[in-house]
Ligand binder design. Structure first.
Ligand SMILES: Cc1cc2nc3c(=O)[nH]c(=O)nc-3n(C[C@H](O)[C@H](O)[C@H](O)COP(=O)(O)OP(=O)(O)OC[C@H]3O[C@@H](n4cnc5c(N)ncnc54)[C@H](O)[C@@H]3O)c2cc1C
Length: 385
């Protein structure tokens, strides 16, 4: 048992922290207010290697371990959960990682190096207007036609959906087979029959793009299938194992951001002739967040450690995501309380942290869905026969 980070892990954490302070924090409030997505931040992350940190060097990444990648996620999300969503959990965990595991060498060669260099941005498309938590029931269809597959249907709540160059899309090839009929396709944005419409007025994650997608007789070359017919659901679940680990790390970042803001404000704000930090009931609000955030961080690192050992980590990823998302929401709430009325205004970062935490509570599966998976994995009941 060793609680020390390796030199490499510390290096990547510090690199991400310095980058976030220099390149993200100066714009975060303004971009949130203006619901503005700033593409140059994503390109600068790519230039540093952060857009493919855990991807092996032969595919253009840096080949870091998952713990180092999670530390990067924590630092970037502490500054901006929108940038984290766009560049890390969606582009790296939900898009690159399943391609790395499931795609053949030809597809990897064609697309992966351009994604790690920031030349192409990815999206992961599972959720639909009628199908969210029950992801095995997706209704988008894929029908074979000569050397193509023809996609028809729509997707909902897709992060990067309006800006991504490449979309990893799950579609049903044979409804009677349910999850065993699902296939995964790499769709280029320019393929005829694809369209997107941005979703506006979200509660949070305002500097990240979220869109509704439609596929109308969208022809995708057969060689763009990721895995085989019937592998699509496994591709999706593997993507989510990775996404839940990185998102749990981001939730730790949000919680830590809330703690840092609460500590700072409590030392500056004077009431009853003293800094409010001297009141033990104020300290309690901060202390509860510190303890819970540290516990969440350990859950994240445990899931990451198991992945790096090549062991199953589905249950641990769900435990980390479920707990860390709750902790992020609770810590942001407590930080708002510490700030009093000022916490309710855009003058301080805590209301943004709260709004963003709500998004991370939902995406990559709600807390209820994480609990269902943890329950099944613990009791030994397979999710699907
Ligand atoms: C900001 C944002 C970004 C997103 N990005 C993406 C993306 O990039 N790609 C993508 O594919 N999807 C994305 N999503 C979709 C997200 O994954 C879904 O919203 C989420 O999985 C829940 O699905 P739903 O919204 O359809 O809710 P529903 O499935 O309709 O659930 C509604 C409520 O019912 C509960 N519920 C449902 N079934 C059960 C059950 N069996 N037992 C107990 N409770 C249950 C849920 O927990 C929830 O509380 C994003 C969502 C948001 C908000």
């Amino acid at each position: 048992m060793n609680f020390d980070y390796t030199d490499e892990q510390v290096l990547f954490r510090n690199m991400a922290r310095e980058f976030a302070e220099r390149e993200i924090l100066p714009f975060v409030t303004e971009d949130d207010r203006n619901t503005y997505y700033r593409p140059e931040i994503i390109q600068k992350m790519a230039d540093l290697g952060l857009l493919g940190a855990p991807i092996p060097q032969e595919w253009g990444g840096l080949g870091t371990d998952t713990v180092a990648y999670c530390l990067v996620c924590e630092e970037i999300a502490k500054a901006s959960a929108s940038v984290f969503t766009t560049a890390l959990t969606v582009h790296v965990s939900l898009f690159q990682m399943p391609i790395l595991k499931w795609a053949g060498d030809a597809l990897k060669k064609r697309y992966l190096p351009k994604t790690t260099k920031g030349k192409l941005l990815g999206a992961f498309c599972m959720t639909e207007p009628n199908v969210g938590s029950d992801s095995a029931s997706i209704e988008t269809t894929a029908t074979q036609s000569g050397s193509n597959w023809v996609l028809n249907g729509s997707k909902m709540w897709i992060s990067n959906g309006g800006i991504a160059d490449l979309l990893l899309v799950l579609a049903q090839t044979d409804k009677t087979k349910k999850h065993k009929g699902i296939a995964a396709f790499l769709v280029e944005r320019t393929m005829p029959g694809f369209a997107s419409k941005d979703i506006h007025n979200k509660l949070g994650l305002k500097s990240s793009n979220t869109a509704e997608l439609s596929f109308q007789d969208c022809k995708v070359p057969a060689e763009n299938m990721v895995g085989q017919v019937g592998d699509g659901f496994k591709v999706g679940m593997y993507a989510l194992d990775n996404g839940r680990t990185s998102t749990a790390a981001a939730c730790v970042g949000i919680a830590q951001g809330a703690i840092d803001a609460a500590v700072k404000y409590s030392q500056e704000r004077i009431q009853f002739g003293k800094p409010i930090a001297s009141f033990q009931l104020v300290q309690e609000l901060i202390v509860e967040s510190i303890v819970e955030t540290e516990a969440a961080r350990f859950l994240v690192h445990r899931a990451a450690y198991l992945k790096d050992k090549g062991e199953p980590f589905t249950k641990e990823a769900c435990m980390a995501k479920y707990y860390a998302a709750e902790v992020a929401a609770r810590s942001a709430t407590k930080a708002i309380k510490v700030h009093g009325g000022y916490g309710y205004s855009g003058e301080y970062p805590v209301e943004r942290l709260y709004r963003d935490a709500m998004g991370l509570l939902l995406y990559e599966g709600t807390g209820e869905i994480q609990k269902l998976i943890i329950g099944r994995e613990s009791i030994g009941i397979p999710a699907f026969a």
